[in-house]
Design a binder for this molecule. Sequence first.
Ligand code: DON
Length: 303
Amino acid sequence: MDYRRLLDAAAAAALATAGQGRVADYIPALAAADPEAFGMAVATVDGELYGVGDWERPFSIQSVSKLFSLALALAHGGDALWRGVGREPSGNPFNSLVQLETEHGIPRNPFINAGALVVTDRLQSLTGDASGAVREFLRRESGNPLLDTDPVVAASEAEHGHRNAALAHFIASHGNLENPVETVLDHYYAHCAIAASCRDLVLAGSFLARYGVRTDGTRLMSRSEAKRVNAVLLTCGTYDAAGDFAFRVGLPGKSGVGGGILAILPGRAAVCAWGPRLDQAGNSVAAVTALDTLTTLSGCSIF
Ligand code: DON
């Protein structure tokens, strides 16, 4: 596959979306992002690395971190996780409260905020430092020792985190948190506020393209578990736009309100695109367009 040519075509299509969508501002620190930035990277299963545009520029990974917290919670704790969180698409916005009440504090899936809070809680129980575990994994896989939480973004999230606090308290009222609400929220904000580049994220996500095998050749999870994570990414990774994302892009993927999307071509590569302007569902307009272009031109998706 000629990734260089594909990345150039994807970047051209993404640039043509200039001006569409809005930079997230419900976390005030995110509003400082450069709305016209765009980057994209590919890491193949056998170690080739390609990039275009701002592919080495760090951005706030936000919900892309939920892919890693889920993978680490499963790797450390196995199937017990699924007692506290489901794996069905929610069909609701990522920060919605409505389903939790009728569904007894068990969030629909690990990628809506409610579900990610439960995953962070379990990872905290398993490791004693949930956000540190995510950060260390990203550092090791990307080989970037400077990768870190942006304290300004984390503080901004905490200051404006009434909805996440409400979700966490509601889940706790159903007995579905093992750690204090404040601890869970702190670690959740700290992993969402990690700053990383497309380059860092494709390397860190490439274990899913290798069916569970890390960059150093050791296994993080079984092939079956990697399949399951990819399945949940496909059905729930882009929130209530997961159907449209599967239709357009045809890959498992995880988006974040910082404008990044990390997608997996199982057996081939991890791909990450980033542009801060978001559509109504909270997915990057430029990144979805770029990934759509890559799979359409290459004819390579999971379908
Ligand atoms: O909790 C929040 O709202 C953010 N830390 C993460 C949300 C997010 O990235 C959803 N993505 N589309």
